[in-house]
Design a binder for this molecule. Structure first.
Ligand code: PGA
Length: 251
């Protein structure tokens, strides 16, 4: 049985003061939630403040990116050991915004995943097709190529603890959600590919989140799908009033 997993991707929002308000609100609103894992992924500048607030709570801490070297002259980058020290359990890698604006490739995503594995941080690997690719009928090819290239030749005992976030690029921040059927179809393809790469046991353990305009009013029908194990939530994760109900519906 996979435990549902809801993660909030705060992107480049939230001062530390705003982060404090949000997390305090979430700690209260989610105090009685039991059967779902919750993580928040603040910008680097708020990690320390949020780490203190969520210590010993049900909310886990995640980062939004990391560099693959442990240390060195890499101005502006943040390494996995630094994220570990600050209390990160998770780290998002390969988000479409990083692929689109910052030159992230499947190869650099894979290097980041290896660095995270080395330091005991659990990756949330984002994959997904653009609208153009979907319209050309290339969804399966694009998504499975990303999956294969990012996850090839990795230790199975780590892969099983990796989360894959299927985020159709056309659904991110647009208010357009994939229908539960469209999402389930791709989630099933992803799980089948993990079976081919690592076998059934690993594939049964890997959690596959859906991401792209997830809101309190669409989470339930998404979670009802067999292969949807949670959600990576952007916009709606920035307010207690929208994130807390998403977590509760996922329970
Ligand atoms: P959204 O973002 O929920 O605002 O569409 C999701 C994401 O980019 O992870």
């Amino acid at each position: 049985m996979r435990i549902p997993f809801i993660a909030g991707n705060w992107k480049m929002y939230m001062t530390r003061a705003e982060a404090k308000d949000l997390v305090e609100g979430l700690l209260t609103a989610l105090a009685n939630v039991r059967d779902v894992e919750v993580a928040v992924c603040p910008p680097f500048t708020a990690l320390d403040c949020v780490s203190r607030l969520v210590a010993n709570s049900r909310i886990a801490l995640g980062a939004q990116n990391c560099y693959w070297e442990d240390k060195g002259a890499f101005t502006g980058e943040v390494a996995a050991p630094l994220l570990k020290e600050i209390g990160c359990k998770y780290c998002i890698v390969g988000h479409s915004e990083r692929r689109q604006y910052f030159g992230e490739t499947n190869e650099t995503v894979r290097k980041r995943i290896l660095a995270l594995y080395k330091h005991g941080i659990l990756p949330i690997l984002c994959i997904g097709e653009t609208l153009k690719e979907r319209e050309k009928g290339q969804t399966e090819k694009v998504v499975l190529t990303q999956l294969r290239e990012c996850l090839q030749n990795l230790p199975p005992e780590r892969v099983v603890k990796t989360t894959v976030a299927y985020e159709p690029v056309w659904a991110i921040g647009t208010g357009k959600t994939a229908t539960p059927q469209q999402a389930q179809e791709v989630h099933a393809l992803i799980r089948a590919e993990v079976v081919r790469m690592y076998g059934k046991d690993v594939a049964e353990g890997v959690r596959i989140q859906y991401g792209g305009s997830v809101k309190p009013d669409n989470i339930k029908e998404l979670m009802d799908q067999e292969d949807i194990d949670g959600a990576l939530v952007g916009g709606a994760s920035l307010k207690v009033d929208s994130f807390a109900p998403i977590v509760r519906f996922a329970e």
